[in-house]
Ligand binder design. Structure first.
Ligand code: FES
Ligand code: FES
Length: 158
């Protein structure tokens, strides 16, 4: 099958890849570009562990073709921290124990980041709804909610 040449910004840096038309974005990120913080769970757009940011929106990268990211801006968990240290959502997940096994955590962080960009002062109910596309199979949701609440406060004070 003829491959397509695509290029996009990944965590602020330009990347290029040769992809089959049917290749999913999550496979391009993990296997082609070898950035493995974005995980694969169900590959049916249910669990959310493959969530990344594409052009300012949370997307499930197992449900998107890599060619759809051509020319776009993609953010993965690897892009959250900066030279100044962890991002506020990462810091809050550490402090509030927002993870157990950690498998869902990268996508939770990327989703929490976008959710708080869109809704900087959410209620608990809004957080539960906003994070509902991401499943934690350890079912440790209480601390995840607390972490998002704490991150919201940190970002408001920043
Ligand atoms: S792997 Fe994409 S939603 Fe589960
Ligand atoms: S921390 Fe284990 S799946 Fe969420």
């Amino acid at each position: 099958m003829a491959k397509h040449h695509i290029s996009f910004n990944l965590n602020g840096k330009p990347v290029e890849a040769l992809v089959e038309p049917r290749e999913l974005l999550v496979h391009t990120i993990r296997e082609n570009i070898q950035l493995t913080g974005t995980h694969i769970g169900c590959e049916t757009s249910h669990c959310g562990v493959c969530t990344v940011d594409l052009n300012g929106k949370s997307v499930k990268s197992c449900t998107l073709l890599a060619v759809q990211a051509d020319g776009g801006d993609v953010l993965t968990v690897e892009g959250l921290a900066s030279a100044e240290g962890l991002h506020a959502v990462q810091q809050a997940f550490v402090e509030e124990h927002g993870l157990q096994c950690g498998f869902c955590t990268p996508a939770m962080l990327v989703r929490a980041y976008r959710f708080l960009q869109d809704n900087p002062d959410p209620s608990e109910e809004e957080i539960r709804w906003g994070m509902s596309g991401n499943l934690c199979r350890c079912t440790g949701y209480q601390n995840i909610i607390k972490a998002v609440q704490s991150a919201a406060k940190k970002l408001q004070q920043a």
